[in-house]
Design a protein around this ligand. Structure first.
Ligand SMILES: Nc1ncnc2c1ncn2[C@@H]1O[C@H](COP(=O)(O)OP(=O)(O)O)[C@@H](O)[C@H]1O
Ligand code: SF4
Ligand SMILES: [Mg+2]
Length: 322
């Protein structure tokens, strides 16, 4: 069996929730709901794991914690079997790179593309002053942009081109793992396919491992070897993509897949219940999905189901999966 290149062990991330003046006057407890709450996940070398779930379920928080942008509240992260500390080494930071939905947020608008790439390459000693321009041009070729893009600023590019620059910036650091967070969600449908295809080609050619985060199930199905379904900070189902699609075993996955036609056209299924649930402590006792679950039984109110084997490596966290 190939070794995992990145693994999350019981990963938890809380965001401190401030008590409002009204809450303080009423002496009301503010419950700090974890954005991710006990996530176990591992990615094998060369695989693409798709991470799906409605808005607010914790996908980006998981990605940002894995990449080191957020410090985990509990649990640990391993890179190639070695646990990373709170302060990552330069090598560990380089190994995991992220491509964001909005490349603007990760690109300094006052720096030209050439300056962005140059800074990254030199800081990590991946180029010398003599060959940094050549290496920058190679990166642009890799992502299908002309060399004169080096002199331009991010605002001068279209959304699809900016996403290519974001990918080039991530690849400049020669990562082993790429975390792609909603990378095509903000793009016109006409350019989505070209960016997805570019990412998949690069992943194959460079031997990368990828966590592909998206609420768009149709795209995730197209690119992923395995798929993980997230609900309220937990992985509720995980397995080989076609097994999960052909035999969805968690009621939430069934709900998500039944909304695929809607999602393919760009819309998301309602996330309101998740947001509401986040503020209700009692919702975290028993199965978190029970208020929306069409097949809930009495035991679901008290037992918090853990991932159970469905078949092969396919697992689901539901009391009805035996
Ligand atoms: N920086 C933050 N500070 C406080 N709360 C946050 C922050 N980022 C995310 N959250 C909260 O964590 C939960 C998960 O959010 P997120 O990871 O962005 O979900 P997703 O990417 O699945 O839409 C949400 O309730 C969100 O409001
Ligand atoms: S454990 Fe119960 S409430 Fe949760 S998904 Fe399964 S049947 Fe539904
Ligand atoms: Mg997100």
């Amino acid at each position: 069996m190939s070794q995992s290149v990145i693994a999350a062990n019981n990963l938890v991330k809380h965001f401190a929730k401030r008590q409002s003046l009204v809450d303080r006057l009423r002496n009301k407890e503010v419950f700090n709901v974890p954005a991710i709450d006990g996530v176990n996940l591992e990615l094998k070398k060369g695989e693409t794991l798709g991470l799906v779930g409605e808005s607010g379920c914790g996908k980006s928080t998981l990605g940002r914690t894995l990449v080191g942008l957020y410090t985990a509240s509990q649990g640990s992260i391993e890179l190639s079997g070695k646990e990373v500390g709170e302060a990552r080494t330069l090598e560990e930071r380089r190994t995991v790179q992220m491509v964001f939905q909005d490349p603007f947020s990760s690109l300094n608008p006052r720096m030209t593309v050439g300056e962005v790439l140059r800074e990254a390459l030199l800081f990590h000693s991946l180029a010398t002053k003599e060959n940094v321009d050549e290496k920058s041009k190679e990166l642009l070729t890799l992502v299908g942009l002309p060399h004169d893009a080096l002199k331009s600023y991010p605002r001068q590019f279209s959304g699809g081109q900016r996403q290519r620059i974001g990918i080039a910036r991530a690849l400049a650091l020669q990562p082993k793992i790429l975390i792609a967070d909603e990378v095509v969600s903000a793009l016109d449908v006409s350019v989505q396919a070209s960016v997805v295809n570019l990412l998949m080609d690069l992943k194959r050619d460079l031997g990368l491992t990828m966590l592909f985060i998206s609420h768009n199930i149709a795209v995730v199905r197209q690119v992923s070897d395995r798929i993980a379904v997230m609900y309220l900070g937990r992985i509720v189902e995980v397995g080989p993509t076609e097994q999960v699609f052909n035999n969805p075993s968690h009621p939430y996955t069934k709900l998500l897949l039944s909304s695929v036609p809607k999602m393919a056209s760009g819309s998301q299924i309602s996330s309101a219940p998740a947001g509401e649930l986040q503020s209700i402590k009692s919702a975290l006792v028993g199965c978190r999905f029970r208020s929306r679950c069409p097949v809930a039984v009495d035991a679901c109110a008290s037992i918090d189901p853990s991932l159970t084997l469905v078949e092969g490596t396919h697992q689901a966290a539901c009391l009805l999966v035996k």
